[in-house]
Design a protein around this ligand. Structure first.
Ligand SMILES: [Zn+2]
Ligand SMILES: [Zn+2]
Length: 154
């Protein structure tokens, strides 16, 4: 599958479904079709010491699907986290806000597509914590890394 095809998939599906929980969002991500199957999902978590034993999962998100960049900012501690090499290609995209209810706090799930045991692509998806609307944010090229190593690094 080409990157363009995956992006089309994201745009086509986004905006038509809601998810009650992060698990629902992960299921939605796993159900994305159009090429390489997404074989694992990882819920974005901020593990800064400020959160103790309970990683934070609510983020402000900036992402650009054309450039394939994304950045998360932890709602609770404000830690800024560029995804993969986004910082090097950063193009100052608009902050995400829900196109249904307008608020801008999201839970984020990474969906990893693998081939032959190597991670190839990654999808970044959001669930609005206000109304549950799901959205595909962007997809990104992944360096050739073993899929389980890559997923553990997210
Ligand atoms: Zn945090
Ligand atoms: Zn919403």
């Amino acid at each position: 599958m080409t990157r363009e095809e995956l992006s089309v998939t994201l745009r086509t599906i986004a905006g038509h479904q809601t998810a009650e929980t992060p698990d629902d969002l992960a299921h939605w991500v796993m159900s994305l079709t159009g090429g390489l199957p997404i074989t694992r999902t990882v819920l974005a978590r901020c593990t800064k010491p400020a959160h103790g034993d309970e990683p934070a999962t609510w983020f402000y998100v900036e992402a650009d699907a054309t450039e394939g960049v994304a950045r998360l900012r932890c709602l609770a501690c404000a830690d800024m986290r560029p995804i993969l090499d986004s910082a090097e290609r950063w193009n100052y995209p608009q902050a995400w806000s829900c196109n249904n209810c307008g608020q801008s706090i999201a839970e984020v799930v990474f969906g990893v597509a693998e081939e032959g045991g190597l991670a190839r692509w990654m999808v970044v998806a959001a669930r609005c914590v206000g109304c549950g609307q799901v959205a595909g944010l962007t997809d990104m090229v992944v360096p050739d890394v073993a899929a389980d190593v890559f997923a553990a690094s997210l």
